[in-house]
Design a binder for this molecule. Structure first.
Ligand code: DSN
Length: 412
């Protein structure tokens, strides 16, 4: 009786594959996995459980996943040059929650990047931090809005003692002042956490600040943005063993039970791709983002961060307020097969979240399918024709994208 409905789901999945395979995908939090990574999903591991650590499970029959998970941990540690890696969180937010649940007590003060400054929802009242405390203080920003103001922060810290500082964010153009604030945090016993969800692949590829080396106590991240693996999370640290045990318990049983073995296996494969190709990939991502930003700027868009070279990451931010705002621009682009999201910009009121003035663009996925500087120029030109000249470019986008279907920087 329901088979027709079930078949409809299969056809929707085919539609999705065709649709997004024919679009220029510029959502900064997404990426594509390689053919071989996709190929190993859907295995028997999709049905299994393995709570605990390799060799110390609560279930029988886990020998093979034990080997794979141990391998993943070892290679994550070598990629990020650290002592500890927890690969069990099934997303970046779950990784954050595992850490926040151990370090934030009721009433504690936590310093974060505000939402308009790019802070992730899990850092705020409505998200994970808000489950543990309501005392959330935003970092002051420099007048340009794109950096934490270090002097002003140190000044503010004369009047209160936060327990935790969370750096790293979702609208993320430039490095955070980790090395500037880490000595103060160490002296005062403040836990300095760094959410590297967006930049994890750039850190792995040596193209962005290394937050652990600069003094962060813990790094969390998701593994599917600039790190081009399956959708999961990770926690990395050089804490001493006793302190790390708290985080370990935060990951399991604190924030997860089964840790979704199918995507863990896929992440292990993708981590080898990152070890092999990550440096070259990350370099091209940053070059593409800079070039794209420059070309958009030259076309007349209000690209943010000009005085700092526009971006040091995979992201580009544009103020669209003179062109109808971020929401309408994102919708218009989508109708032309270019997928982006609207975004609040620094200092914009929070209640503009559904009518944000900016758009955020990420070039990591299109880099992975082989696009380089000439293609960034072409996309900038498509943006201009679509958003400024009000032309329909959807058919051209589809034709252009058809030439970029292979996933590179992989063993495919
Ligand atoms: N909200 C996602 C982003 O787009 O940055 C991250 O979870």
């Amino acid at each position: 009786m329901y088979e027709r409905n079930a078949s409809h789901i299969e056809s929707l999945v085919r539609d999705q594959n065709d649709w997004r395979g024919g679009c220029i995908n510029l959502i900064a939090s997404e990426n594509v996995t390689s053919r071989r990574v996709r190929g190993i999903m859907g295995s028997d591991f999709a049905h299994r459980y393995a709570e605990g650590h390799p060799g110390e499970r609560y279930y029988q029959g886990t020998e093979i996943i034990d080997e794979i998970e141990s391998d993943l941990k070892q290679h994550m540690k070598s990629l990020f040059r650290c002592k500890h890696a927890d690969v069990r969180p099934i997303s970046g937010t779950i990784a954050n929650d595992a850490v926040f649940s151990r370090y934030i007590r009721p009433g504690d003060i936590v310093m974060v990047n505000s939402t308009p400054a790019g802070g992730h929802i899990s850092h705020h009242k409505a998200g994970s931090v808000g489950k543990y405390t309501r005392n959330i203080v935003n970092f002051p920003l420099t007048p340009d809005g794109w950096h934490i103001d270090v002097d002003h922060t140190l000044d503010l810290l004369k009047s209160f003692d936060p327990r935790v500082m969370i750096m790293g964010k979702s609208l993320f153009l430039f490095p955070e002042p980790v090395k500037e604030l880490a000595p103060y945090c160490r002296k005062k016993g403040i836990h300095l956490l760094y959410d590297a969800a967006h930049v994890l692949g750039l850190v792995a590829g040596g193209q962005f600040q290394d937050p652990l080396a600069e003094g962060a106590a813990i790094v969390t991240g998701s593994t599917h943005k600039t790190f081009y693996g399956s959708q999961r999370g990770v926690i990395l640290s050089n804490l001493d063993d006793e302190e790390w045990r708290k985080i370990d318990k935060g990951a399991f049983p604190g924030s997860s039970s089964n840790h979704h073995l199918e995507t863990l296996v896929a992440l292990t494969f993708a981590t080898y791709e990152m070890l092999e190709f990550g440096a070259e990939y990350a370099r091209q991502v940053v070059n593409n983002a800079k070039h794209f930003a420059r070309k958009l700027f030259d076309s007349g868009f209000k690209v943010q961060g000009e005085q700092f070279g526009f971006t040091e990451t995979h992201q580009v931010a544009i103020d669209m307020s003179d062109l109808g705002g971020g929401e309408s621009a994102a919708r218009n682009l989508k109708d032309n097969r270019i997928i982006v999201n609207m975004n609040l910009l620094p200092f914009e009121p929070l209640d503009h979240a559904t009518s944000a003035s900016g758009i955020r663009l990420g070039v990591q996925e299109m880099t992975r399918v082989g696009m380089k500087e000439p293609e960034m120029e072409r996309i900038a030109e498509l943006f201009k024709r679509c958003l400024m000249d009000k032309k329909f470019v959807g058919d051209e986008v589809k034709e252009f994208r058809a030439k970029f279907q292979e996933v590179g920087y992989s063993f495919d």
